[in-house]
Design a protein. Structure first.
Length: 209
C-alpha cells in the first residue's frame, strides 16, 4: 500500500486544538486524515482511535449507530489525556460506501439487522481494511498504541498490519432506543465487547439452545 503524506494544519475544535495531517492512498485515491494532539512521538504508548468514516453518524447526528458518539468520546478522551491521535479512515458503511449504506438502512427499516442487510446486498458483514494505519502512524512517529475500540477484529487487523497494540481501551457510548438492536447485533454476531440488552441475551441463548 502506498500512503503519501500531503500536509498538516491546525484544527481548533470544541475539545481543544488538534493538528490535522492529510494522507492519500495512491492505489485507491482515498484521502485519510489523522488528528493529533500533544507529544505523540516520544516512544510512549499513544491513545489512538482508528475511526471509519460515518457521514450519517459523524456529521448528520444519526442515532442509528454509535459512530458519532464514539468519535466525540475519542476526541474528548485525547484532549483530557493531553496527547493522542484519531485516524479518520474513508471507508463509509463498513466499506460498502454511502449509497449502499442507505440501501442497507432501507432493508433494516424492513426488519433486517445490520449483518443481514449487508449480506442481502451481496456484501460481507464488514469489508473494512486497516493496512493504511501503520504508515500513517509511522509518519507521526508513533510506535505503540492504546487502541480505543470495542471490536476485537480491529485489534487483530491492526496487529497483523504491523501496528503494536499494547492495550484495548473500551469506548462504549451512545446507546439509545434507535441503535439498541444495532449494538446488540454487533455484540452477538460480530463479537464486539459490548453489553447486550436483556432482550438480546435471551435471543442469543435461544439460538444456542
Amino acid at each position: 500500500m502506498s500512503i503519501k503524506y500531503i500536509a498538516s494544519s491546525k484544527l481548533p475544535t470544541p475539545f481543544g486544538e488538534f493538528t490535522m495531517h492529510g494522507f492519500e492512498d495512491e492505489s485507491t485515491g482515498k484521502e485519510h486524515v489523522a488528528l493529533s494532539m500533544g507529544d505523540i512521538d516520544s516512544g510512549e504508548p499513544v491513545l489512538t482511535r482508528a475511526h471509519s468514516e460515518c457521514l450519517t453518524g459523524d456529521a448528520l447526528f444519526s442515532m442509528r449507530c454509535d459512530c458519532g458518539y464514539q468519535l466525540e468520546e475519542a476526541l474528548s478522551s485525547i484532549a483530557k489525556a493531553g496527547r493522542g491521535v484519531v485516524l479518520y479512515l474513508r471507508q463509509e458503511g463498513r466499506g460498502i460506501g454511502l449509497l449502499n449504506k442507505i440501501k442497507a438502512y432501507s432493508l433494516q427499516d424492513q426488519g433486517a439487522d445490520t449483518v443481514e442487510a449487508n449480506e442481502q446486498l451481496g456484501f460481507a458483514a464488514d469489508l473494512r481494511k486497516y493496512d493504511m494505519c501503520q504508515p500513517m502512524l509511522a509518519h507521526l512517529g508513533i510506535q505503540t498504541i492504546r487502541l480505543m475500540t470495542n471490536n476485537p477484529r480491529k485489534v487483530k487487523a491492526l496487529s497483523e498490519a504491523g501496528v503494536t497494540v499494547l492495550e484495548r481501551v473500551a469506548i462504549e457510548v451512545g446507546r439509545n432506543p434507535h441503535n439498541e438492536g444495532y449494538l446488540d447485533t454487533k455484540a452477538t454476531k460480530l463479537g464486539h465487547y459490548l453489553k447486550a440488552s436483556a432482550k438480546a441475551d435471551v435471543s442469543h441463548q435461544d439460538d444456542d439452545a
